[in-house]
Design a binder for this molecule. Sequence first.
Ligand SMILES: Cc1cc2nc3c(=O)[nH]c(=O)nc-3n(C[C@H](O)[C@H](O)[C@H](O)COP(=O)(O)OP(=O)(O)OC[C@H]3O[C@@H](n4cnc5c(N)ncnc54)[C@H](O)[C@@H]3O)c2cc1C
Length: 431
Amino acid sequence: MCSFTVETRSLGKYDVIIAGGGIAGVFAAASAAEEGAKVLLAESGGCLGGTLTSGAVPSIMDGSGKGGYLKKLFDFLNERGMSVARFGKKVDESGRKIPGRIVDIEGCKVFFDRLMRDSGVRVLFYTRVAAAKLGESGGKRYLKRVLLSTEAGNYEASAEVFIDATGNGALSALSGCRFESGEPGTGRMSPASTEYSVTGLPEDYDGTDSGAEKRAYSDMLKANGIEISAEEAGIVRLPALKEWDVSSDYQYDVCPSDILSLTDAVMNSREEVFETVERHKKIPGYEGIWLMHTADHLGIREGRRVFGEYRITEGDMIQGRHFPDGICLVRSKVDLHKIHPGDTLNASRGIRTQPYEIPYRALIASDVSNLLLAGRCLSGDFYPHASYRMMGNMAATGEAAGFAAAYAVKMKTALTLVPYALLRERMKEYL
Ligand SMILES: Cc1cc2nc3c(=O)[nH]c(=O)nc-3n(C[C@H](O)[C@H](O)[C@H](O)COP(=O)(O)OP(=O)(O)OC[C@H]3O[C@@H](n4cnc5c(N)ncnc54)[C@H](O)[C@@H]3O)c2cc1C
C-alpha cells in the first residue's frame, strides 16, 4: 500500500451527490432535483444509462405497467418509433412499429441528457468517484466528501446525502461498508457478457424469441462449427429493424473489483464475439452478416450486494412479501445464468416466486448513515438479486432513493426517518 498526495480543486457543496449514471443513478438525480435538491451526478463514462447504453443491453424488462420516469422514457421513445415489441410481429398491417420493451440506445442517451438538463442536475462525465472521506457522529459513520478523478484533474465535493448508483457498489466499498458477492459458499458470480449488434441478417429474421428458438439457433451455429460460450445465443431485432442485438458469450469468474481480471475478460469477450461473427459469414444464407458495434462496457450482471437496513431474501420472493415501505413491485423471476461452464441447473434454480416488493430499507446502507443504495448494489441475497436486477426495477430504486435523499435534506432528518407513507405515495406507479 502506498499513498499519494493529490491536489484537488473544490466543486463546492451539494445537497445530494450521486455516483454512477446508469438507469438508477439518472432517475435518482431527476427525482432528487424534482424535490428541490441541488444535485451532482458523477459518471465515469461518456454517456448516461450504464448497462442500458454503454453495455448495449436494449431490452428493458419488468417495466411493463410501471410509471414515473420510466414511463416518460418509453413515451419519448414510442413517439419516435424508437421501441419495438420483443416477441412476435414488430410492425402492424399499416407498417407502423408495435412499441415494446426493445429500445433504441441512442434515443435513450438523448432522453437521459435532456432529463438531466431540464432538471438542473450538474452532470460530470469522465468522472470517477475515487475516494471517500468519512466522519463520525453519534457512534455512526457518515460520508463527508468524495474525491472525483476526472479527465481534467482531481476535484472534491461534499453533500448532505450520497447515493451509490455505481452498479458494483464502488462508493460503498470506498466508504468501508460491508457487502457480499457471488453464490453463497462458492462466491461464484453470474457470468459477464459483451452485447453486440449486427446487420445483414436475412430481411425477415425477427430474432430468437422463445427458449426453443434460442436453442435451435445455437444448435445451428454448433452444426456449422461455431462454439459459443453462452448456453444459447439471444438475438433481438432492434427498432431500426435492420439491426439485431446479440448476446452469445459468457466470461466466468470476472471480479469487477479486480482490474486485471476485468481487462482480460473484456479482451477475451471481444475476441470471441469477433470470431463468432466472422465464422457466421460462412454459413449459407448469412454471408451478409456484419459486426456493427460491441458494447463499450463489458456487461457485469452482478457485483457487490451492499448490506442495508433490510436484506431481500429468497423467502420474500417465494411468499410474495409486501412491505409498509415497499417502493417497487418485482414481477421478474429468478434468471440466473450459468455460473460455471459445467453448470446444468435451470435459470430459476427451481425457485417459484410471486410478485414481491423492494422495501426502501434495502436502499439504506447499514454502515454509513447518509448513504443510499440505488440499482443493482442494493441490499439483497444472491437469488433475489437474479430477479430484481431487471431495469424496470432498478429504475424504481433510483427514483425512490432520489426522493428520499431530497426529503431527508429538506426536512433535516435521518434517512431512516423518511415517512414510509410519503414514499409509497411517490412510488405508487411502480407498485
Ligand atoms: C449482459 C447483461 C444482460 C442483461 N440483460 C437484461 C435485460 O435483457 N433486461 C433487463 O431489464 N436487464 C438486463 N440486465 C440487467 C440490467 O441491465 C442491470 O441490472 C441494470 O441496468 C443495472 O442498472 P444500474 O443503474 O444499477 O447500474 P449500471 O447500469 O451498471 O450503471 C452504473 C453506472 O455507474 C458508473 N460507475 C461505476 N463506477 C463508478 C464510479 N466509481 N464513479 C462514477 N461512475 C461510476 C458506470 O459507468 C455506469 O454508468 C442485463 C445485464 C447484463 C450485464
